[in-house]
Each structure stands twice: as C-alpha cells, then as structure tokens.
Design a protein around this ligand. Structure first.
Ligand code: ITT
Length: 184
C-alpha cells in the first residue's frame, strides 16, 4: 500500500488503475497542499514534497503535471492548474486560434518521500491541441489534447496506456519494486 496525496480525483483514479496493473495498492489522501511557485515541474514537486514530509512523516508521493504548448513557448506549463481554473480549455483554444503549429506535450513528475528523502520520476506524452473540445471522459485539458487522432477525453481508459502519468508512475513503481526485491 502506498499513499498518494492529491486534491484531484481524476488523477487519483488514474493512478489507482495504473497501480492495479502493477499489483500496487494506492491509497488516496485527499488534500490540497502548498505548491511553491516555480518555472520547473521537478523543482516544484521536490519542494512541495519536502514541505509535506515535515507534516506527514511517513512514505507518500505527490504528482505534479502540466500541459506545454509549443507555439505558446511552453505555456501554461507549471501554471497549468491556475490557467485551467481561470481561462480553461476555451481560453487555450482561443489563444490557439489561427495557429498552425498545434504541437503540445503533457509532462508528469512524481515526487516520492521514502521516509528519508525525496526522489523524482517523470513521464511525457506528445500530441496536438485540437481545434475544438471533443470527448466526455477524463478531466482537465483532456478534451483539447489530441493523441493519434483522438483526444484523451475520447480515449477513456486507453489514455492510461500512453499518458504522461502512466509513464511517470511506471518508472516509479518499477523502481520501488526493484528496491523491495533488493531488501528481501
Ligand atoms: P494536486 O496538485 O492536488 O495533485 P492539481 O489539479 O492542482 O492537483 P496539477 O497542478 O498537477 O494538479 O495539475 C495541473 C493542471 O493540469 C490541472 O488543472 C489538471 O487538471 C491538469 N492536468 C493534469 N494532468 C492532466 C491530464 O492527464 N489530463 C488533463 N489535464 C491534466
């Protein structure tokens, strides 16, 4: 069993599913925590985990993710949460009106506190910003992020096989499985 601290139910559900495919049980600690401002997801994740570790004092992980749009020079990137709450998907679509280069990526960084220190694992997925919202599933920017012709919101559970989160969590779970086999 491993504790995942997030305020975002969509993220928790995906990580729980991914955990099931690795035989790892993930427990949700629903909590909004202080996210330091910064221009780098790794740095934000590490600092946030270090702050939380002072309070939680037992192993846990958090995950910080962001959408990086090439034509917008990586915006909203580390500000993805704020931008989603303010201008949202419609705002991003508006900024992208008439823009030919639709390339974008999602990045996820997991920061794991093992009881002593913090380690990070990351994952990315490349796609395109759609020209309109499509699909009902998923959360956040999923309706406007297109991967091989379908948006993440149209892919449902199939998103979990290719997403930034899947890749970061996979790196993380593989590493803790290795640690466990070494100490057994
Ligand atoms: P916690 O920090 O409490 O975990 P959060 O929603 O603030 O939750 P992030 O800062 O990591 O999470 O997320 C940044 C934004 O990017 C947020 O608005 C998410 O909805 C969005 N986002 C993250 N992963 C996504 C995904 O897989 N698909 C679509 N949008 C995503």
């Amino acid at each position: 069993m491993i504790l995942f601290i997030t305020s975002n139910e969509g993220k928790f559900k995906e990580v729980k599913r991914i955990g099931e495919t690795f035989g790892v049980e993930v427990e949700w600690m629903k909590m909004e925590y202080e996210e330091i401002q910064g221009s780098d997801l790794e740095e934000i994740a590490i600092k946030s985990a270090e702050l939380l570790a002072k309070e939680i004092k037992k192993p846990f992980f958090i995950e910080d993710s962001g959408l990086f749009v090439e034509a917008l020079k990586g915006f909203p990137g580390p500000y993805s949460s704020y931008v989603f709450k303010t201008i949202g998907n419609n705002g991003i679509l508006k900024l992208m009106e008439g823009v030919n280069n639709r390339k974008a990526k999602f990045k996820a960084v997991v920061a794991y506190f093992d009881g002593k220190g913090v380690r990070t694992f990351s994952g990315e997925v490349h796609g395109l910003i759609a020209t309109e919202k499509r699909g009902e599933k998923g959360f956040g920017y999923d309706p406007i992020f297109e991967y091989k012709g379908r948006t993440f919101a149209e892919m449902g559970d199939e998103k979990n096989e290719v997403s930034h989160r899947r890749r970061a969590i996979e790196n993380f779970f593989r590493s803790i499985a290795k640690d466990r086999s070494r100490t057994q």
